[in-house]
Design a protein around this ligand. Sequence first.
Ligand code: CO8
Length: 260
Amino acid sequence: ELDFENITLDQHGAIAVLTVNRPKALNALNGETLGEIVQALDLIAENAEIGALIVTGAGEKAFVAGADISELNALDGVYAGREVSLSGQDVMTQISNLPIPVIAAVNGFALGGGLELALACDVRVAAPSARMGLPEVTLGLIPGFGGTQRLARLIGAGRALDLMLTARQVKADEALSLGLVNYVADDPLSKSREIAETMLKNAPIALSLVKEAVRRGLNTDLDAGLEIEADLFGMAVATSDFREGTGAFLAKRPAQFKGE
Ligand code: CO8
């Protein structure tokens, strides 16, 4: 565990857990917290032992209740607004670009920037108590940490527009039926660990190539996406884990992947 003010970073074997911990503001993301998240992501990226990341919020009440509204309130001018959005987007993009699976364990409120944080993860697990929404228009704002783009890509423009224009909060069961979350579980952190363990049985490079294929493919048209897939498929075939995986199947034994 490292010395951060507003987050904790723990490692349990191959799984890192990043917990946003600012209880006085329901874990809202101020600039300092975003900076610590970036430092944590750098540590995770440098640590070859870590094969999956879980992102969560401290306490029962909130995952992350948004960007810090007192900091937002001090913003003034088109330029300052654009810069703060770009730098928050960059943090979310760094999460989504990590070459390992990232799971959001959503306990309690995930609003505004908090939902955008969960949207930057690969898989979302919600507690029954979770409340999710993008209430920015109630503040005279719009989502600025990638929410307008990632939510529409995840659940479709029509459903995303409903959530953003009404600013309403959805509970876990509706979030599940919208495809906003993948699972609802009483203990989202332990369910996230279970999902991470399942993923970690698979070939690590293949996991990173799947993420890359989906992410890059969503930025392009089908033909270009299929080319990306073929290129990355070729890279998978060039790994020794591919030899091991197919060889183990044919020999009827479990595969021992090395991440090479
Ligand atoms: N920022 C700062 N402080 C917050 C935030 C926040 N987002 N959310 C809660 N807090 C603080 C409260 O001010 C309160 O502090 P205090 O005890 O000092 O009064 C404390 O946390 C506890 O909160 P409440 O008393 O309000 O708790 P309730 O149980 O009554 O309500 C809610 C819980 C419903 C979650 C309520 O706190 C709430 O509505 N919070 C704000 C939610 C919100 O609107 N989030 C979106 C923010 S906008 C955003 O995220 C934009 C992202 C993109 C930015 C792009 C940059 C340009």
